[in-house]
Design a protein around this ligand. Structure first.
Ligand SMILES: CC(C)(COP(=O)(O)OP(=O)(O)OC[C@H]1O[C@@H](n2cnc3c(N)ncnc32)[C@H](O)[C@@H]1OP(=O)(O)O)[C@@H](O)C(=O)NCCC(=O)NCCS
Length: 164
């Protein structure tokens, strides 16, 4: 685990939608402020900032950011539930960069990392009203498996989705 932190995984990928090379890499503590800012802007649920440090400490391979010109424009966080299962907790792309496959790049990189970790099952929860995210996850092979009543802080229900 220590090695992962010292040598962040970095992958440069050309994104034809915005005609730039993006850096997809594991989260580093210096990204903390930008990631929290993006989470607060993009996600309805409010998260305690200390949680982000916990994610990084416990499963650094599952905390991945997209960076353009030293600016964080997207991130994904997953945690390990058991030895071979993970749960995606957050995924967000900065509003002006949406629909340009950056979310897909982050999710695909997350899939690669989970394969390396021999993860067999990936699950997540999404608001039942978040049709865009549901379509996004369905496009990436997730199915709705259950509905969880009052899952969110504001009382909204969630769909439990699992990767096929
Ligand atoms: C969900 C989210 C991460 C998607 O990221 P993105 O970079 O915009 O998604 P992509 O460009 O990779 O989309 C891939 C595919 O997902 C589907 N999709 C993505 N956004 C969609 C939308 N707004 N409406 C319908 N389908 C959508 C499409 O099938 C799309 O492929 P296409 O553009 O070729 O049709 C982004 O919209 C976001 O940050 N939303 C706010 C936060 C959120 O809801 N997070 C998820 C819940 S935790």
């Amino acid at each position: 685990m220590r090695n992962v932190k010292k040598q962040p995984y970095t992958f440069k990928q050309y994104n034809p939608d915005i005609k730039i090379v993006l850096q997809i890499r594991t989260f580093q503590p210096t990204d903390m402020f930008s990631v929290i800012k993006l989470a607060n802007k993009s996600l309805t649920e409010q998260y305690n900032p200390s949680l982000f440090n916990y994610f990084y400490e416990t499963f650094p391979q599952g905390f991945i950011v997209a960076e353009q010109h030293h600016k964080i424009i997207g991130f994904i966080v997953g945690v390990k539930i058991t030895q071979d299962t993970t749960r995606i907790l957050m995924l967000a792309v900065s509003e002006k960069y949406r629909r340009k496959k950056i979310g897909s790049m982050l999710l695909n990189k997350f899939f690669e990392k989970t394969l390396e970790e021999h993860i067999k099952q990936i699950s997540l929860e999404v608001r039942v009203a978040n049709e865009k995210a549901i379509k996004f996850y369905q496009k990436h092979g997730f199915d709705i498996k259950d509905k969880i009543q009052k899952f969110y802080q504001n009382g909204e229900d969630a769909y439990l989705m699992k990767k096929k």
